[in-house]
Design a protein around this ligand. Sequence first.
Ligand SMILES: C[S@@+](CC[C@H](N)C(=O)[O-])C[C@H]1O[C@@H](n2cnc3c(N)ncnc32)[C@H](O)[C@@H]1O
Length: 200
Amino acid sequence: MAIPLEEVLDRAFGHPRGLLGRIGAAVMERGNGPTESKVVEVAKPGEDETVLVVGPGPGVGLGLAAARARRTIGVDPSEEMLRRCRRRCAAAIEAGIVELRAGTAESTGQEPDSVDVVLSVNNLALWSDRTAVLAELSRVLRPGGRLVLSAHEKWLPVSRHELVGELEAAEFTDVQSWTWDPPGRTASRAVQLRAVRPRS
Ligand SMILES: C[S@@+](CC[C@H](N)C(=O)[O-])C[C@H]1O[C@@H](n2cnc3c(N)ncnc32)[C@H](O)[C@@H]1O
């Protein structure tokens, strides 16, 4: 019996698992790598900072953040993606620079005020409750910490401007948003957002 398209996409990209999850990982590595790189550039993690990567998938951005930051934590519910991240970042894990954990944006398992930067690429369309996720990400960021999000414009659940409003409602400040076209003819336009948890 044929698998419905929605289920194929979920197994490949949304909650990667099995053969489709492995194929999806290869597609994401190639297709989303430049966006992961751009998001790390925007966030500019410093060498004394801790970064939380929410939904790293195959771990391209996780590896790039780990090359700059003191400590990088990846949280993803997919065992297949955690395995890929483990393989990509084996040396950094061994050195205690990277930590991986099964978890979600809704429940990261991270201590309050414990990270300087939160990064998340192509993840927000999968959040069950954006208000709850933004509260969770604000909880784990230290005051003054920054959040950088990117998502395919075509898969956005609400408009870019509504997302800005949701970040402001969650009491983030200095909220900026823009669109970005990744290199390559087939790459789709991304919406990106940067925001800061206020200091007080
Ligand atoms: C479309 S992939 C994006 C992966 C990678 N960031 C990229 O852009 O290539 C979505 C990832 O988010 C994970 N994910 C799904 N639901 C999630 C949730 N509620 N919280 C955090 N991550 C989630 C999936 O397991 C998958 O690794």
